[in-house]
Design a protein around this ligand. Structure first.
Ligand SMILES: [Zn+2]
Length: 365
């Protein structure tokens, strides 16, 4: 089985002609739609690469990669790898060269439309780690995100999922208070259980602070004082708070995905992930935290699941998605009634468990 992981690397803006990259993206878009347009003012070398990827369009480069920035207009590029011992892999006409001797990435003629124009960026640790794990970076893409130029690298690794040792790592994404709960199960017993991550109260508080400042900016604007230092400061602060909330969620998703992947590998566990009903979770979060924060929390949870699956695949951990309910009896399927202290009871068969643990019983079923 082939597993993939991807990374985005920001390119130096002063060395990249954004309009040129836009042009290349437009050509890549045409290639994706099946057209082949040769333009006189873009190097042939670059155009050959774009159309050379046509046959892969349904595969890795244009489609099913794990991260969502891979919209179809990113420009696919071949990659040459020069390893420490001097050996080389990849096409000789590659426009992206990973040089592990000098620890740099060289980009030829894709950042600026000038003959022989090369941009060098330092080799990220991420690439070195993936290569150490037996991966190979065979594809790259260049494109814009929020109008900033980026290089995307895709690592590929041949991996067979391991045989589970009998442990099951159950991951419940729909946990009410924390976002994520996980349990380690063996021989029908819960060995350990924990609720983790995504502290909604912190996000809510950051968001409310941002909103308060935005209101202040609005008030000052209405009074014709929008240009005052006061208003500008409040506006800056609001943006800063907002992006801090966003970063916090993102960092949490990354941290938890890594932590749970490591746990799965340590126990050689089979991983069962809650097959979340995203629509109803969205409603739930919006009802509880309001539209903006609810959506932000939802995006964090979605990102977590995506990252988790990508990493489980990469390290060969077997996994499956299963619907894990917390209000439905795992023994008989009857609706559960909630009693005091968040204890759930089945009036049909007598099943009883704390609400947050119920999903774990669905895994043992
Ligand atoms: Zn029951």
């Amino acid at each position: 089985m082939k597993a993939h992981r991807a990374i985005l690397i920001k390119l130096p803006r002063d060395k990249c002609d954004v309009d040129y990259v836009k042009r290349l993206m437009a050509l890549a878009n045409l290639a994706y739609r099946g057209y082949e347009v040769w333009v006189p003012d873009v190097p042939k070398r670059v155009q050959y690469q774009i159309y050379g990827f046509k046959n892969y369009m349904r595969s890795l480069v244009f489609g099913t990669t794990p991260k969502r920035w891979f919209v179809r207009t990113w420009v696919p590029l071949k990659v040459m790898r020069v390893y420490g011992d001097g050996s080389r892999r990849g096409a000789t006409d590659a426009l992206v060269v990973l040089d592990f001797k000098k620890n740099v990435i060289k980009l030829h003629q894709v950042c600026k439309n000038e003959p022989g124009f090369v941009v060098e960026v330092p080799m990220p640790k991420w690439v070195i780690e993936r290569v150490k794990e037996g991966g190979d970076v065979r594809y790259a893409m260049i494109g814009l995100r929020n109008n900033e130029p980026y290089l995307a690298l895709v690592a590929e690794r041949e991996v067979e999922p391991y045989q589970s040792s009998g442990y099951i790592l159950a991951i419940d994404v729909n946990s009410w208070r924390y976002g994520i709960a996980w349990g380690l199960i063996r021989n029908g017993k819960i060995v350990s259980f924990k609720q983790d991550g995504l502290n909604p109260q912190r996000i809510v508080s950051l968001y409310n602070q941002a909103v308060r400042r935005e209101r202040k900016v609005g008030r000052l604007k209405r009074l014709g004082l929008g240009d005052e230092a006061n208003a500008k400061r409040a506006g800056r602060m609001a943006r800063r708070l907002r992006s801090r909330a966003y970063r916090l969620i993102r960092a949490e998703a990354v941290f938890l995905a890594r932590k749970l992947t490591k746990k799965a590998l340590r126990y050689k566990a089979m991983v069962v992930i809650d097959d979340v009903d995203w629509e109803s979770l969205k409603e739930l979060l919006i009802r509880k935290y309001g539209g903006r924060v609810g959506k932000l929390l939802l995006s964090g949870l979605k990102r977590f699941v995506k990252l988790l699956v990508t990493q489980l695949q990469w390290y060969g951990a077997p996994y499956e998605f299963r619907r894990l309910y917390s209000r439905k009896c795992p023994r008989c399927g009857h609706k559960l009634t909630q009693q005091r202290g968040r204890v759930m009871v089945c009036e049909n068969c007598g099943f009883k468990a704390p609400r947050d643990i119920v999903p774990m019983y669905w895994v043992m079923k």
